[in-house]
Design a protein. Structure first.
Length: 143
């Protein structure tokens, strides 16, 4: 199951969520296209949530992650992140800076999630601060 996972942080949110979150982290399994989402206050929480994600997924599937593809953002290029991936035998592929199309799977999913969030908020006539709840619902429906 976990031959490759695509991961990215979406920072297109203009308003903090009701829980004080400004970003969301998406991870997508290449084989099943299963989607996981985590909500972040700051981008430096990515490493902690990636470790949590990996532990949950590996325990559930009994399989190890082989490859992780991310953008070249600071949240993925720290020494701690690189050391963690190396210690777990995970090949970490990063895209060329300024080319989000190289990580197209997750970029497409982030756009899909945000389109659904905007639709849900508009149709329910809710304020933008409910974006995280709408995003969680969108990810549940996608899965």
């Amino acid at each position: 199951m976990l031959s490759m996972v695509y991961s990215d942080v979406c920072g297109l949110i203009e308003v903090e969520s009701n829980g004080g979150r400004k970003y969301f982290l998406t991870s997508i399994d290449d084989a099943s296209w299963k989607l996981w989402v985590y909500f972040l206050k700051t981008k430096d929480e990515v490493f902690q949530h990636f470790q949590e994600f990996l532990a949950i997924v590996e325990r559930k599937t009994g399989k190890k992650l082989k490859c992780l593809r991310t953008n070249n953002g600071d949240e993925y290029t720290s020494n701690a992140f690189a050391a963690y991936c190396a210690s777990r035998g995970i090949r970490h592929e990063t895209t060329v800076p300024g080319t989000p199309q190289h990580n197209g799977v997750v970029e497409w999913m982030n756009r899909t999630i945000m389109e659904r969030v905007r639709c849900k908020l508009k149709m329910a006539e809710l304020p933008k601060s409910f974006w995280a709840e709408a995003a969680r619902t969108a990810c549940y429906l996608i899965n």
